[in-house]
Design a protein around this ligand. Structure first.
Ligand code: ZN
Length: 530
């Protein structure tokens, strides 16, 4: 191969130089063995690693199933599928190691070099996830999930236990790279209240204090995800005030000190204009999970509105609310959903058809929070508005006229593939407050990157290239039609973790994970599989 470009990488995994002009081969030869060089020839290219701003590691176990229920309620998605699957991780550590290894390997293969993971309520499997991430070499934020109310009895922790175990988890994650003291560790702890409905006021306040005490840790949670979740927060406000008078989860999180410049909020599809302004003021970011939103959110996130308001936005897979662990799928879903938002989803919008309030009829409301269970809503029955917020509506905007009048009135919403690619790389890095380290290929950044050989074999790729296709065409085809078969190498912090489908390490076994946990847990004792 005659390289047309090469990235030169220091021993600590940061980018030393990028060679794109002149005789690249000669320049590489001159460097000698001191630095590692990663060459590439057309139609291949090197691109920044993909950043997944929101993914649930345990939920990978049921990815691709269970998409038939609304989010909340005693018979909703969380109670029926999610909580039992997450709880199994502590009941069966061998299963946890299998699932966590699988999700880390699957996402690395798909080009995700950085991910913000939710673990589970339990400490031990979440520590195991850290060990597994370090083994395979994926950069990550990881959180022990916290829940102390409105959750099933067997998947809920008392306030003090949540705080103590979170503290222990933070201590478990080494703060810096062992090989490069001073550099941020590959795997960092993330304070993780699941969402406002499941976290008491005391828990939210305690977690905010923990984040602050440890020098400003990352925080991740969900916000304004769906009609039923927003309605639940409103009922909480009315029946057991978390912060009297707020009634909206973004405001509640803010009142407890959980909106910081290192807070990542998943979804946000139902954020009010005032809340968007609040997020911008706090420099908190939104993880946009378009595929999951199609199933659970009852709305499309107005990405452009958030960006224009100054909110940082990254993309997330939201496995398993989203069934695709690949960020290429998130890029595509981001573009598609934005086009629907822009153009309208109902042809009546264009021809001025009849207006109704949708299949659920007029606004209704069901009962309030019940102990031990997340309250449900009929997804087609939005609640009435309170606290001066606009009511949540389903159905088409009114006022559509012949010839697309409603369409013409819409604000610009479309996100193109280049912008979606940005959100999945540099934008995602900004959303995770990691832009100084990853997200783009620049001198001084960590070499987190993919070598892509699009269509390198027609039998091993979802795309075809033809004579005359430019490099730009190859990139565009890869983003729309490519998959892991086109990714020949994956690097994280300069380490080649994957080459031609093979990882640079053996599979980690459950015994090795337990041994690592025992060694790092120290005198607190031995770790045994349950
Ligand atoms: Zn989520």
């Amino acid at each position: 191969m005659v390289p047309e470009a090469a990235v030169v990488v220091y021993g600590d995994g940061t980018i030393q130089d990028i060679l794109v002009t002149g005789d690249v081969r000669a320049q590489v030869r001159e460097l000698g063995p001191v630095s590692k060089t990663v060459p590439v020839a057309a139609p291949g290219f090197i691109m920044p690693g993909l950043v997944d701003c929101h993914i649930h590691a345990p939920q990978y176990a049921f990815t691709g199933t269970g998409l038939d229920l609304p989010l909340m309620g005693p018979h909703g998605w969380l109670e029926t599928y999610t909580f039992p699957v997450e709880r199994r991780m502590v009941m069966d550590m061998a299963h946890a190691v299998r699932v966590y290894s699988a999700v880390v390997k699957r996402t690395l293969r798909s080009g995700t070099t950085t991910a913000a993971y939710f673990g589970t309520l339990h400490l031990l499997p979440t520590k195991a996830l850290v060990v597994i991430l370090q083994h395979y070499g994926q950069r990550a934020l990881v959180g022990k999930v916290c829940m102390d109310r409105h959750s099933p009895e067997n998947y809920c922790q008392p306030l003090e236990e949540n705080l103590r175990e979170t503290q222990e988890f933070v201590a478990f994650c080494p703060p810096t790279m062992p090989t490069a003291p001073g550099a941020a560790a590959l795997v960092q702890p993330c304070i993780t209240p699941r969402f406002v409905p499941a976290c008491s006021s005391e828990l939210q306040r305690g977690l905010a204090s923990l984040a602050e005490e440890h020098g400003g840790l990352h925080i991740q949670t969900h916000v304004a995800e769906s009609i039923d979740e927003v309605a639940f927060c409103r009922l909480l406000d009315e029946r057991e005030p978390t912060c009297p008078g707020y009634g909206r989860d973004a405001s509640i999180l803010d009142a407890h000190g959980l909106l910081t410049s290192k807070t990542i909020l998943a979804h946000g599809c139902h954020l009010s204009p005032a809340e968007i302004t609040l997020l911008a003021a706090r420099s908190s970011s939104v993880a946009h999970c378009p595929l999951s939103n199609a199933y659970f959110a009852d709305a499309v996130l107005p990405v452009r509105r958030l960006l224009e308001a100054g909110v940082r936005v990254g993309l997330g897979s939201d496995v398993a609310g989203g069934y695709e662990p690949s960020m290429l799928a998130a890029i595509r879903a981001c573009v598609i959903s934005s086009k629907f938002l822009q153009a309208g989803v109902d042809h009546y919008d264009h021809i001025g058809g009849p207006t109704t309030s949708g299949p659920g009829g007029p606004v209704t409301s069901t009962g309030g929070p019940s102990p031990g269970a997340l309250e449900g809503r009929n997804r087609s029955s939005p609640p009435a508005s309170t606290h001066g917020e606009p009511p949540l509506k389903r159905g088409r905007p009114s006022g559509g006229g012949v010839g697309g009048a409603a369409n013409n009135l819409r604000e610009p919403s479309e996100v193109g593939f280049k912008e979606a690619f940005f959100l999945a790389t540099a934008g995602g890095a900004r959303a995770l407050a990691m832009e100084d380290t990853v997200g783009s290929l620049e001198v001084g950044q960590a070499f987190d990157a993919l070598v892509v050989q699009p269509g390198r074999s027609s039998q091993r790729s979802g795309l075809d290239l033809f004579p005359g296709d430019s490099l730009e065409t190859a990139v565009e085809k890869f983003l729309h039609c490519g998959d892991d078969r086109d990714i020949s190498q994956v690097y994280v912090q300069g380490r080649q973790v994957l080459c031609d489908g093979a990882f640079d390490c053996d599979d980690i076994q459950v015994d090795a994970v337990l041994q690592a946990l025992s060694a790092r847990t120290g005198s607190e004792g031995k770790v045994e599989p349950n």
